[in-house]
Design a protein around this ligand. Structure first.
Ligand code: XLS
Ligand code: NI
Ligand code: NI
Length: 444
């Protein structure tokens, strides 16, 4: 892959030239300790397994603000006063960052990349102009687009939802944005297109027709699928579950809710699920649980890699640093046969108190190292540790005889009764949970 040091006229991160792999003994904070892109793990390189992406929104558009205070982070690309000039500067900074970090992919919302105009047509034009520049930058740097999406939740018009808004005119605005974002994704060779529900949920049951709203959501996804396919989008559509925030209850609550919804509406052939770690924990699940539910359904699409804070009940979108969690996640990914057209997108931002430019690199380096180690440990657990073999052995009684007949639907309830009567009381077989937990720590 060809890499350029920086693009455009100005260097935004002069303190970092590139991020080398230096290994575990290195004391250079701006080097990878575990992520060695060309290192082969099993049948693929780390780069091919992990398919890392940087997100445009947190990394270049969030400036440290929280509900209690304004921006703390000052970025040179925000200096131009004219919005399109600032968008160009931001794009130069973004491609400089991507290439110096050494990730193959990035992700964006329409409004991250191009400012909203005074009319639908002007917004479309702004985005098309920035997409042309992004296409050039991709050409120069070898960067690829993992996914595009539309921000149909920030503008005040979407306060009551986008596709699920009770007013047709707002639904129409959402449709216009999704159409333009699909055009942009196709123009940039995007491998996936994401729908995160934003305000698609309800705040009060007393004023919401939830049945109608959910039908409208399905209708929008069907229209987007049909339009995307008509303009040559051959990638995967993804829905990203989240249980709450910004609405009280979001329709795409968790993976199993989304899987049921996609199947019910005939969308499962074109759509898969984008699992975000922090959304999993907000739903009361673990990250690995959500990945497993998708893998079981054949609908594991992609990952938003981040984490929440165990003491804070909201979507803190921190960089993932928990190795145990990364091992649990990579076990699911490896068992599912990999991420396919998906990837590991860092939907994460540096903390409000992290105000040095290099902190953005440090966050990503930590996340990449965490998943690189998670990959190696998970691979070793499966190959050498026999983790899945001991799990599968628990189900041996279903491999032949009446167990196989049970799975094939060839037994009746009366047959189970007769079997129980014939075998008499049984002595339960140990689940060996402590043994497998010890095995995981042994490989970490
Ligand atoms: C917000 C979501 C968002 C999506 C893209 O909670 O995670 O960042 O990934 O719209
Ligand atoms: Ni996300
Ligand atoms: Ni999130």
């Amino acid at each position: 892959m060809s890499r350029s040091i920086f693009v455009g006229d100005r260097e935004y991160f002069p303190g970092v030239k590139s991020v080398p792999f230096e290994g575990r003994e290195s004391d250079n904070p701006l080097a990878f300790k575990f992520y060695d892109s060309d290192k082969v793990v099993g049948d693929k390189t780390m780069e091919e397994h992990l398919r890392f992406a940087v997100c445009y929104w947190h990394t270049f558009c969030a400036r440290g603000s929280d509900p209690f205070g304004g921006d703390t982070q000052v970025f040179a690309w925000d200096e131009p006063e004219q919005p399109m000039a600032a968008a160009r500067a931001k794009m130069d900074a973004a491609f400089e960052f991507f290439t110096k970090l050494g990730v193959p992919y990035y992700c964006f919302h329409d409004r991250d990349m191009a400012p909203e105009g005074a009319s639908v047509a002007e917004s479309e034009q702004n985005l098309a102009t920035m997409v042309e520049l992004a296409a050039e930058r991709q050409q120069e740097t070898g960067m690829k687009l993992l996914w595009g999406t539309a921000n149909v939740f920030s503008h005040p018009r979407y306060m009551n939802g986008a596709a699920t808004n009770p007013e047709l005119n707002v639904v129409a605005h959402a449709g216009a944005q999704i159409k333009a974002a699909l055009d942009a994704t196709v123009a940039l060779g995007g491998e996936n297109y994401v729908f995160w529900g934003g305000r698609e949920g309800y705040v009060s049951l007393f004023n919401s027709n939830t049945a109608r709203e959910q039908e409208h959501l399905a209708r929008m996804l069907q229209m987007a699928r049909d339009y995307g396919r008509s303009i040559g989008f051959s990638g995967t559509f993804l829905v990203e579950p989240k249980p709450m925030e910004p609405t009280k209850h979001q329709y795409d609550f968790d993976a199993q809710t989304v899987i049921g919804f996609l199947r019910h509406h005939g969308l499962a052939g074109d759509f898969k699920v984008n699992v975000e770690a922090n959304h999993a924990t907000l739903a009361g699940h673990s990250f690995a649980h959500e990945l497993r539910m998708c893998a079981d359904a054949g609908l594991l699409g992609s990952i938003d890699a981040n984490r929440g804070d165990p003491q804070n009940g909201w979507d803190t979108d921190q960089f993932p640093t928990d190795l145990y969690d990364a091992v649990g996640a990579m076990l699911q990914v490896l068992e599912a046969g990999g991420l396919g057209s998906g990837g590991l997108n860092f939907d994460a931002r540096t903390r409000r108190e992290s105000t040095d430019m290099e902190d953005i690199f440090l966050g990503h380096i930590g996340g990449m190292d965490t998943f690189a180690r998670g990959l190696e440990v998970a691979h070793a657990l499966i190959e050498k540790g026999g983790l899945n073999r001991s799990r599968d052995a628990r189900y041996d009684s279903f491999n032949d005889g009446q167990g196989a007949q049970f799975e094939a639907g060839e037994l009746k309830l009366e047959d189970l009764r007769d079997l129980a009567a014939a075998v008499g009381e049984i002595s339960p077989i140990s689940g060996k949970q402590e043994q497998v937990e010890n095995l995981i720590n042994q490989y970490i």
